[in-house]
Design a protein around this ligand. Structure first.
Ligand code: PLP
Length: 422
């Protein structure tokens, strides 16, 4: 297996598709880097902008390989379709979960082979299915008889993965079971329909829900998948081989917990299944902590103790995760407008502050009663952990760009402690 310790030699100085990669030592924080970008720019820097820290991606990939060595990651592109993130993950050896024609096109444009893609959307437009067939994306998910008919018509060689609905609620912020996944009593009929249509049903998938899901839910869902494998055998269908455990992962200690449940369940329920291929579809796990958003304060109003600020990104832009992903965001400050050289966030008095986005809608409120030192126009707010379900779901409301446009890539040459194997 190839060992990767630093992405820069692979991506080149121009990163992916012309995005410059800056090498940082592991001591330099992203906040320091952002400060340098703003300070050293010869002209006024465009705001808002995002920084992608490739050091984080390398470490997350290494952690995945260590914790879940038997689970192949298929990055869920929908979570953050930024081409540099996809390119870096391709270099690190992940595969991809695409939900539409455009997502497939974007992954293929990097030279990734179509057999590294699963088209993991249980209900697809016919034109997108035709496209998948034409480029050789040959694995998809389904949970309805209607989808079986579409695949039979437009892509009969496609392998079918039956998406099931996990039985227990995992407490995730986004419960995908409300929309997708066959119920247990629907499984035999769906398996038969696909089999009768001459399609190859090769496995089972599920998603326990995205964001803060209880890791124990993987255990129950893997047992349910095992039951579906057995149902298929009872129906006389060819042996299934793919167990797709979906997404729902977060980085940090919760990932360790999830890994224990997953490894334990696979060992318990698929002990003698030597041909089993286990795949996962992590989105948030890779994207969330990799991106940091920098926004500039463009307006201020003082009402006694209450300080109100306007920034140039908001609920209709990158910070739409507050609405769609139920995210609770936090920020730190960079003081360029007020420029008190020796004042830091820690030693200044804070005030309960409101931070508005730039559009004319009052819904466009990012923070309320948030403790901030008194800031001035041209100071900056820096939001960490802004990579998941942010740039992918913004709008152009009021003519503002849907998401932070200027992306800076940071990469470390000193990540030699970690080794990536694939
Ligand atoms: N796989 C599928 C089919 C999904 O719908 C999603 C998210 O909506 C994901 C994977 C990624 O989930 P997460 O970001 O929680 O890992």
């Amino acid at each position: 297996p190839q060992i990767i310790t630093n992405l820069k030699p692979i991506l080149g100085a121009s990163g992916v598709k012309g995005k410059k990669v800056t090498t940082l030592s592991s001591q330099v924080t992203i906040s320091d880097f952002i400060q340098t970008i703003i300070k050293d720019s010869p002209t006024e820097i465009d705001s808002p902008f995002s920084v992608i820290d490739l050091r984080v991606l390398i470490n997350l990939m290494n952690k995945w390989t260590t914790n879940l060595p038997t689970v192949k990651p298929f990055y869920a592109v929908k979570c953050n379709p930024n081409i540099s993130i996809i390119g870096a993950l391709a270099a690190l050896g992940t595969n991809f979960d695409c939900a539409s024609r455009a997502e497939i096109e974007s992954v293929l444009s990097l030279g990734v082979s179509p057999d590294r893609i699963i088209y993991a959307n249980p209900c697809k437009p016919e034109s997108h299915i035709k496209y998948a067939a034409s480029v050789g994306v040959n694995v998809t998910t389904f949970d309805s008889v209607g989808e079986v008919e579409k695949i039979k018509k437009w892509h009969p060689e496609c392998e079918m993965i039956l998406r099931i609905k996990p039985e227990e609620e995992s407490g995730a912020r986004s419960s995908l079971g409300l929309k997708y996944g066959a119920l247990l009593n629907e499984v035999p009929e769906l398996l038969k329909a696909a089999h009768m249509a001459g399609l190859k049903v090769t496995g089972v998938s599920f998603h326990i829900g995205s964001g803060g899901a209880d890791s124990q839910a993987y255990h129950g869902a893997i047992l349910l998948a095992k039951n579906v494998f057995e149902t298929a055998s009872r129906l006389g269908m060819p042996k299934m081989k793919v167990l797709d455990i979906g997404g729902g992962f977060t980085s940090g200690s919760k990932f360790d917990e999830a890994s224990l449940h997953i490894n334990d369940a696979i060992k318990s329920y698929f002990r003698n299944d030597e041909d089993l291929v286990v795949i996962g579809e992590p989105g948030r796990y890779f994207a969330e902590t990799t991106c940091t958003l920098a926004t500039k304060i463009i307006g201020k109003r003082v009402r006694g103790e209450l300080k109100e600020y306007w920034i140039d990104d908001g609920i209709y832009g990158t910070l739409n995760n507050i609405v769609f992903d139920y995210a609770i965001v936090k920020c730190t400050t960079l003081r360029f407008g007020s420029k008190p050289e020796n004042v830091t966030y820690k030693d200044s008095k804070t005030y309960p502050s409101t931070v508005f986005g730039p559009t004319c809608d009052s819904v466009d409120t990012v923070l309320k009663e948030y403790p901030l030192p008194e800031l001035e126009v041209d100071d900056w707010l820096v939001f960490p952990n802004m990579g998941a379900y942010t740039t992918s779901s913004g709008t152009n409301f009021n003519g503002y760009s849907s998401s932070a446009k200027h992306i800076y890539l940071a990469c470390s040459s000193s990540v030699v402690r970690e080794q990536i194997m694939f």
